[in-house]
Design a protein around this ligand. Structure first.
Ligand SMILES: Cc1ncc(COP(=O)(O)O)c(C=O)c1O
Ligand code: FES
Length: 470
């Protein structure tokens, strides 16, 4: 064993710092502020002492965690609040104008139908499409399923291969797995360390029997923006349809389906201050993209997606798109300034903070950071006053840390300490300052307890240490 003397002294403390899913509850509890003490051993089945709280003071207890007041919300990639203007547009379609948009025989149907068509035009306008190319669905998950499985199944006799990336959303990856079970082949391209796809590798992966290239526009975990135009160009040259999951891109970056050479695009309502449970699928008309529908039924949405279109949700998504078209530049300037404030605020006060994914090719509302020498679950537990997301295994059903960070080559320890801060239209400077304060406090506190941090600061190369095996 070649462990240095200082590291040997510190070995006894290590189990506290490396939880690997719920092992470090002691460290987590120690790290949590008194007002937000939490214990992972209190399972989800624990009876809630007090739930609710609609804002302001009081203690909220949920999932075994006690929090004073509602946490400030910095998880805009998970979902966004509905813009009050969107809700205003939706409400009449729940109340007086409740008709089925497919009823052809009376005013109730006609006015709902007109509202759905107006919403379709609003969605289309935000992506440079013709309204006839937009189909309402239940969300980006469904749109991705139709795009990946529906397109390949339609062309099953001639096309047997899909090209995608390792950092796609689970609904694309899982759709690809289904196709593999049906005998299709899938190439999952690795990404570069900055999270972007390598265009040469992409071009090289396309074969004569490739029926689809699917690359997401903006990554949900790390916010990197893929070079859509370049990918579209490659696909056009090779005659392969290009699908992009734009759930995190719609209303955040300018989108023009023609310029980007996109044949299919998946969109979601609830990421753009619209309602949950609605999304859209863009299907190019010229040259026409054909898919096998997933749903059999009344043939609504021109047979692509049977089922009554939920008028209030479609109207909400349309209104959200129209507001985004008007306010995207303003929102982005504000959000970029808030991101800089958050990053500089943290970096000026703690060292060894790494931004995961390209800083340059990034939607600024997503800031994914790793804090070296800090154990992820303890950090999250200490940050219960801030609603953020983490790429660490302790927050997911799997035992692996984020597959997206792993695909970037982020090493396991750094992947375990990642936090995604999601900034949005309604985020304030005061919220950012509070998040900086709490993050800095927690990181410092945990590093004070960290033998690894002590060793690194003493100049010991942690990678050269061979840890004792018990
Ligand atoms: C990139 C991406 N694709 C797809 C989805 C799924 O969207 P929806 O909730 O509308 O089904 C999400 C949302 O988590 C996402 O971020
Ligand atoms: S498993 Fe919890 S941070 Fe690693």
């Amino acid at each position: 064993m070649s462990t240095s003397s200082s590291s040997r002294v510190l070995l006894g403390r290590l189990p506290l710092l490396f939880c690997r899913r719920r092992l470090s509850t002691a460290a987590a509890a120690a790290a949590a502020p008194a007002s937000a003490s939490a214990s992972a051993s209190e399972g989800e089945g624990k009876k809630e002492e007090e739930v609710g709280g609609g804002g302001g003071g009081g203690v909220i207890s949920m999932k075994g965690v006690r929090i004073s007041g509602r946490p400030l919300y910095l998880d805009m990639q998970a979902t966004t609040p509905v813009d009050p203007r969107v809700l205003d547009a939706m409400l009449p379609f729940y109340l007086s104008r409740f008709g089925n948009p497919h009823s052809r025989t009376h005013l109730y149907g006609w006015e709902s139908d007109a509202a759905v068509e107006a919403a379709r035009a609003q969605v289309a306008a935000l992506i440079g499409a013709d309204p006839k190319e937009v189909f309402f669905t239940s969300g980006a998950t469904e749109s991705n399923n139709i795009s990946v499985k529906g397109l390949m199944r339609f062309h099953r006799d001639r096309k047997r291969h899909v090209v995608t990336t390792q950092t796609e959303h689970k609904c694309v990856l899982d759709s690809c797995r289904w196709l593999q079970q049906e005998g299709f082949e899938v190439t999952y391209l690795p990404v570069r360390p900055d999270g972007l796809v390598d265009l040469d590798a992409l071009a090289a992966a396309i074969r004569p029997d490739t029926g689809l290239v699917s690359v997401m526009a903006v990554n949900n975990e790390i916010g990197v923006v893929q070079p859509l135009e370049d990918i579209g160009c490659i696909c056009r040259d090779k005659g392969v349809p290009f699908h992009t999951d734009a759930a995190q891109a719609l209303g955040k970056i300018p989108i023009d389906v023609a310029r980007m050479g996109v044949a299919l695009m998946s969109l979601s309502g609830h990421k753009i201050y619209g309602p949950k449970g609605v999304g859209a699928l863009y299907l190019r008309r010229r040259p026409r993209v054909r898919v096998e529908p997933q749903m059999s039924g009344g043939g609504q949405e021109r047979g692509i997606r049977s089922g009554t279109v939920p008028t209030p949700l479609a109207v909400g998504m349309g209104a959200a798109c129209e507001i985004a078209a008007r306010e995207m530049d303003y929102d982005n300037r504000r959000i970029a300034a808030l991101q800089a404030r958050l990053l500089e605020g943290i970096r000026s006060r703690v060292d060894d903070v790494v931004v995961n994914g390209s800083v340059e090719h990034r939607y600024p509302g997503n800031l994914n950071l790793s804090f070296a020498y800090v154990e992820g679950e303890s950090l999250l537990m200490g940050l219960k006053e801030v609603a953020v997301s983490s790429g660490s295994a302790c927050t997911s059903a799997s035992l692996e840390p984020s597959y997206v960070l792993r695909a970037l080559g982020v090493d396991e320890d750094m992947a375990h300490t990642s936090i995604r801060f999601g900034i949005g239209r309604f985020t304030t400077e005061a919220e950012i300052d509070r998040a900086v304060e709490l993050t800095v406090q927690q990181v410092r506190k945990l590093r004070e307890m960290s033998p690894l941090y002590e060793m690194a600061k003493a100049g010991i190369d942690l990678k050269s240490i061979q840890w004792a095996q018990h």
